[in-house]
Design a protein around this ligand. Structure first.
Ligand SMILES: Nc1nc2c(ncn2[C@@H]2O[C@H](COP(=O)(O)OP(=O)(O)OP(=O)(O)O)[C@@H](O)[C@H]2O)c(=O)[nH]1
Ligand SMILES: [Mg+2]
Length: 390
């Protein structure tokens, strides 16, 4: 292969766009790549390439299609734009532990909407500590309205524990920037400057044993099975031994790529594709975990602190009781489980409660790990693992 190797010259961060349907996430994502392509530190990814289905990416070692990559003057970013709302929530709660920061896209014409609030709540619950607001469609509304929406967004952020008063809010137009209008191209530059300045470089656990939650599995004819995802911790090099938890196989890494470029070492935070020796494709699935052998012991029982979403936040309108059996979204896994609410025996929408969970299958767990609870295609709770029982 004559592909150029990935050269690590700038710190790498994972960010993503979130916000209500149609507020302009994908348009803005395309505009960002266009602005940076013109600066010479990225390649333009048009709207319809961001919005296509993951299956279409199954060519070569490539990563989840929802990601685009680009560089600013100081950083290398992987940026994820989720297509629809359902996918968004699922990806956000299962993959967002990986987001180092988020761009909250709010239409200046429409203001905050139910999904704006839900995404902010989920971001807080899964530990996305830094949000930059893109007040989008600023080309179409008037300044007075934009000011009202800005106030409203700051209040929403404050209500969810973010420093709403000091969060950067940048008026942008993804659409006009995409059309090359200089005023709005500058607005997207200003947004990127705000992201560079406001989202700090997170601590990366490079010395910890390797762990990668599997997001996607692909086959490369003649080479074998490839898993993709963001490295949660540690480092990985070709030749390293790994355990695939869930598939219960031990194997060797025979290739490593990021955004189509071979790499010598993957590090915590990197979005990678890992080629595994001799693993049949159907043995590995999204939700499995690739880890340093012996470093993780999967378990079924854990205790957790859980916030039960209210009806207004898109959650349930009725309480749940001991014996409740929802789905648990843990890293990239989707596992059924049974809830025990102890003495109280009940949890009402809007409450934060302690619970014990018995999962339907063994899953890698550890204290501090965030997860979401879903039922019938909607998010009903967001929690953190407190302790794990053997
Ligand atoms: N006037 C104006 N329209 C915009 C702007 N950005 C996006 N739009 C329009 O808003 C609509 C939705 O844009 P998308 O980028 O698809 O929105 P999205 O948030 O990705 O939508 P979902 O992925 O379906 O949640 C499209 O018709 C866009 O052309 C903008 O800056 N100004
Ligand atoms: Mg979109």
């Amino acid at each position: 292969m004559s592909k150029t190797a990935y050269v690590r010259t700038k710190p790498h961060l994972n960010i993503g766009t979130m916000g209500h349907v149609d507020h302009g996430k994908t348009t803005l994502t395309a505009a960002i790549t266009k602005v940076l392509a013109e600066r010479g530190t990225g390649s333009f990814v048009p709207f319809d390439r961001i919005d296509r289905a993951p299956e279409e990416a199954a060519r070569g070692i490539t990563i989840n299609i929802a990601h685009v990559e680009y560089e600013t003057d100081t950083r290398h970013y992987a940026h994820v734009d989720m297509p629809g709302h359902a996918d968004y929530v699922k990806n956000m709660v299962t993959g967002a532990a990986q987001l180092d920061g988020a761009i909250l896209v709010v239409s200046a014409l429409d203001g905050i909407m139910p999904q704006t609030a839900e995404h902010v709540l989920l971001a807080r619950q899964v530990g996305v500590d830094h949000i930059v607001v893109a007040l989008n469609k600023a080309d179409a509304g008037d300044e007075e309205l934009a000011e009202l929406v800005e106030l409203e967004v700051r209040e929403l952020l404050t209500a969810h524990g973010y420093p709403g008063g000091s969060v950067p809010v940048v008026r942008v137009s993804g659409l006009k920037a995409l059309e090359g209008d200089p005023r709005w191209t500058a607005s997207v530059e200003a947004l990127l400057d705000a992201v560079d300045a406001y989202v700090p470089m997170p601590e990366r656990y490079l010395d910890a044993p390797f762990l990668l939650p599997v997001e996607n599995v692909l086959t490369i004819t003649g080479r074998g099975t490839v898993v993709t995802g963001a490295v949660e911790r540690g480092t990985l090099s070709p030749g390293d031994r790994v355990a695939v938890l869930g598939a219960d196989v031990d194997t060797v890494v025979t290739g490593l790529e990021t955004f189509g470029k071979p790499m010598q070492q993957a590090q915590a935070g990197d979005n990678v594709a890992v080629l595994l020796r001799g693993v049949p494709r159907d043995a590995v699935r999204r939700g499995h975990v690739v880890a340093a052998p012996g470093s993780v012991v999967p378990a079924r029982r854990f205790s957790a602190r859980v916030y039960v979403l209210s009806g207004r936040e898109g959650g349930r309108s009725t309480p749940v009781f001991t014996g409740y059996r929802p789905q648990f979204y843990i890293r990239t896994a989707d596992v059924g489980g049974r809830v025990d609410l102890g003495q109280a025996g009940v949890a009402r929408p809007g409450e934060t409660v302690e619970m014990t969970v018995e999962l339907g299958r063994k899953t890698p767990l550890e204290p501090g790990l965030g997860f979401a609870i879903r039922e019938g295609g909607r998010t009903v709770g967001a929690g953190t693992v407190v302790s794990v029982s053997a």
